[in-house]
Design a protein around this ligand. Sequence first.
Ligand code: GDP
Ligand code: GDP
Length: 438
Amino acid sequence: MLPVITLIGRPNVGKSTLFNRLTRTRDALVADLPGLTRDRQYGIGRIGPRPYVIVDTGGLGSVAEGIEALMERQVQRAIEEADHLLFLVDARDGCTPEDLDLAQRLRRVGKPLTLVVNKSDTTDPTLAVADFHRLGLGVPWAVSATQGLGVHALIDHVFEHLPEGTDADWVQSEDDRIKVAVVGRPNVGKSTLINRLLGEERQVTFDSPGTTRDSIFIPFERPGHAQRYTLIDTAGVRRRARVTDPIEKFSVIKTLQAIEAAHVIILVLDAQEGIGEQDATLAGHILESGRALVVAINKWDGLDVDSRNRVRDQFARKLAFLDFAKLHRVSALHGTGVGHLLDDVDLAYANATRDLATPELTRLLEAAVMEHQPPLVKGRRIKLRYAHQGGRNPPLIVIHGNQTDKVPESYKRYLINRFRKELDLLGTPLRLEFKSGS
Ligand code: GDP
Ligand code: GDP
């Protein structure tokens, strides 16, 4: 499972600035999709040797009430769930009484911690750092979140101090299994669905050594099917000590880790409750991960026609950016429609990992351009010449031509839709990259 790095510090020291820098997506197509909700508290860190979960506690507590509020239950939990804490202070302000107070509390937590002196662009970094030695939390690291100074080195340093080896290493080696993560907000019916998918006879008991933060990996097979699976259970179905409070048992960290570890996601939504903000945020995380996806709109049983139309409408409006995924209306409780979910998991995985031939991609590109030319830029037409596959899972199509940096978003989206339709790439997102001057 991905390590968890948590940002902590009093208001205005630059936590959210650092969070944004660490989690910023390099995928322009994803960044510009309309309706996409960005999570400001949890994200996947992409700067550094390998991915990690990054948590900004700034948005968790009610900051206005000061240090006491910062240490309330949610922050406490975020600290508990962390593998490493980054304690941010402000070089411009110097060491404040609040910093001293927070440092004392954090020392008691006993978690691996790095003291980060942010805004070191505003003053002499050596002097700034010197002032914070008295916090007694080791050697302070000078960074500038706005300018990106020292940030890469900081993350490298954190990775040197993370515990070795992770619980889920064994899963990585079983590469013939499709790893399927069942995710969704509390109470949408994940546990019920997982029990359906596993079935009573097919249960394989497995005791994971993980903590409550981590998901359980359950190997399973379908009778009469050659394909084997590993189910990533974020709902805690197979955990011995069950947590009953639905809010407590739900963890964004657990969900993010499961998404990253999976080949295919089953996103569970609740037709009776409708599609809310938390659903949209999760959907945003899934899109950014680039994972293949099947959507299960659960609790479809007992809905009248009006409610069904309302949910269809909400989905099309709020989650338009998931239009690449197959939508299933199911009832986990009654088992209706559940069988087909795994057929589409197979399909989504096959599409996400498919080999796309250069002549075919180039032919499709030519046809798309023929039908609808890219725009003129300062009197010169953008030329798109040929395409080849640059990666799988998700498929990446690299397009070569001239002035490709001028291709507008709307035209990129046109191309993506064309490729998706012509190649029949249901269930997987598709990414484009442009190269100029060949
Ligand atoms: P948070 O409350 O801890 O999340 O702090 P923010 O990220 O909102 O930052 C508070 C203010 O400090 C904003 O105006 C930022 O632009 C500014 N800031 C953050 N990092 C830096 C930095 O490295 N250098 C400078 N000069 N300003 C920064
Ligand atoms: P989780 O928190 O996502 O794991 O959700 P659970 O599987 O624990 O289900 C939450 C509640 O929804 C329980 O009371 C289930 O019985 C109920 N539920 C789950 N699936 C369905 C369904 O398909 N239809 C109906 N009507 N209720 C369901």
